[in-house]
Design a protein around this ligand. Structure first.
Ligand code: FAD
Ligand code: EPU
Length: 345
């Protein structure tokens, strides 16, 4: 007799055909805690997922996967701002839309980012000149060992480019259960990025920014419901000023973004594109034609296809530019997360 293990195919937006020993949908903090306690007794591995839009399963998971569906949105109106307490399992894009529908602007630049609200602080999601940290007041985390919930205020979260304390100290043994947002009533549009610069700040409203962002994203980013992907597969590398100057003397067209630290962020998508890798395939995985930073599942890709493709991309960019790309995506092995850079080096 063969036992069918729960599939995770619909729980990862790359659409990889992987399974787990146990799949639990959590609607309350207690559900998460119970699942964790049981996994401890069974000595099973444990993983929390939102919508699986930033994970690469490298093989079947050998343990318990908890799907976070903690719901609830509470809005408090103050004289200067709105404060919003949101359950970690709410969908991020729905939150952006529903706040605008209630006349609360501020999240519009972050429209159409897949995933749950509880995942947003982890890599400090960002797009079109705005990051999660700009709206964050606090993050509530459940300490799985003690059962207590701790509140981390924004300044304690160590937010940085695609980084936060939730990838470090609070990475294991904790579950994000809610976030608190604070949105200023004196709304100012953020029109600093790309095509948004052409819009008129004096007349524009938040819905128009929302629509412009959705249009730009839909023109280059594949919809995971149609074609499997995890958004940007790699982070944009941040390199030293000296290294950037050297590269710019050889490649004057290279897009680059000076940082407050003096370092320079460079566009990984451009680097990959310049290696003529758009459309390049390994098995069922390919580099997206419209956005080279996105790896896609074109034809029943296996985890090995995606890993081999990522290795090739990293090697070609590294050999040409001496810039070594690091995945943004979290690599998950049978027993838990592993070091993604080591896997593709
Ligand atoms: P998951 O993939 O489910 O989880 C990600 C990681 O967080 C995993 O390690 C998981 O174990 C952990 N985790 C999840 N929930 C919890 C929890 N409650 N407590 C503790 N740990 C948890 N990102 C951007 O920043 N900007 C973009 O513009 C952007 N565009 C994208 C476009 C597309 C088409 C896609 C597919 C992805 C894009 N992403 C973008 C990446 C992705 O949307 C974000 O990283 C998102 O926040 C992931 O949410 P998720 O719920 O799917 O996380
Ligand atoms: N570019 C190319 N060829 C490509 C892709 C990009 O030449 O195939 C060039 C573009 O012309 C532009 C530059 O590279 O000059 C940057 O491209 P883009 O504006 O598309 O942004 P990105 O750096 O590729 C980042 C984020 C996205 C976010 C957008 C908008 C990272 C790793 N990615 O992409 O986030 O939506 O900016 O702010 O920081 C994600 O994290 O999953 C994600 C999609």
């Amino acid at each position: 007799m063969s036992i069918q293990l729960p599939s995770l195919k619909a729980d990862n937006t790359l659409g990889l055909d992987v399974s787990t020993q146990k799949r639990i949908v959590a609607e309350t903090s207690e559900d998460i805690l119970k699942a964790w306690q049981l996994s401890q007794i069974e000595r099973a591995s444990f993983l929390i997922l939102g919508e699986g839009s930033n994970v690469l399963f490298m093989e079947n998971f050998n343990g318990t996967v908890v799907i976070n569906r903690l719901k609830g949105v509470e809005i408090y109106e103050g004289t200067e701002c709105w404060k919003i307490h949101v359950g970690a399992g709410e969908n991020w894009h729905q939150l952006v839309k529903s706040t605008l529908e209630k006349g609360i602007p501020g999240l519009e630049n972050l429209a159409l980012i897949p995933g749950t609200v509880g995942s947003a602080p982890i890599q400090n999601i960002g797009a079109y000149g705005v990051e999660f940290k700009d709206a964050c007041e606090y993050v509530d985390v459940l300490n799985l060992r003690s059962g207590d919930t701790e509140r981390l205020h924004r300044d304690e979260c160590q937010f940085a480019y695609r980084d936060s304390i939730f990838k470090h100290h609070y990475q294991s043994g904790y579950a994000i259960v809610a976030v608190g947002l604070k949105l200023d009533k004196h709304w100012k549009p953020v029109l600093t990025y790309g095509e948004l610069k052409t819009l008129n700040p004096a007349t524009i409203n938040a819905w128009e920014v929302f629509n412009a962002v959705c249009k730009m994203r839909q023109s280059k980013l594949p919809d995971p419901a149609v074609i499997g992907n995890v958004g940007s597969f790699f982070k944009n590398p941040v390199i030293s000023h000296e290294k950037a100057t050297g590269l710019l003397s050889r490649f004057p067209d290279m897009p680059h973004y000076p940082q407050a630290s003096g370092e320079v962020k460079v566009a990984a998508g451009w680097l990959i594109d310049q290696c003529q890798l758009k459309g390049f395939k390994v098995g069922g995985a390919a580099v997206h034609q419209q956005q080279a930073l996105v790896l896609i599942n074109v034809d029943n890709a296996t985890p090995q296809d995606v890993v081999a493709l990522a290795k090739t991309v990293r090697l070609q960019v590294g050999e040409k530019y001496e810039v070594w790309l690091e995945p943004e995506v979290r690599f998950i092995q049978a027993r838990g997360e592993c070091n993604a850079v080591e896997v593709i080096s």
